[in-house]
Design a protein around this ligand. Structure first.
Ligand SMILES: [Zn+2]
Length: 71
């Protein structure tokens, strides 16, 4: 009979850190959320940057959408 004062919106949630797959606290007390630490956040950002730079390199050059003369 005391369910009128539950701060569910402010309850910290535990999520999986995208970098190390460990437990991370998703709350305002964790400035690196959804990562668990500053190192994990930096690692993930670095990986993203490298992948973005790698993406155009791995794209096959024979895409059917790149040649307007085919139509
Ligand atoms: Zn982590």
């Amino acid at each position: 009979m005391s369910d009128s004062n539950q701060p569910q919106d402010f309850a910290p949630r535990k999520v999986r850190c995208p970098a190390c797959a460990g437990t991370s606290l998703y709350s305002s007390t964790n400035p690196y959320r959804p990562f668990c630490s500053a190192r994990c956040k930096g690692v993930d950002l670095g990986a993203w940057a490298s992948e973005e730079f790698k993406l155009p390199d791995e794209t096959p050059p024979d895409e059917p959408f790149g040649d307007p003369r085919l139509q």
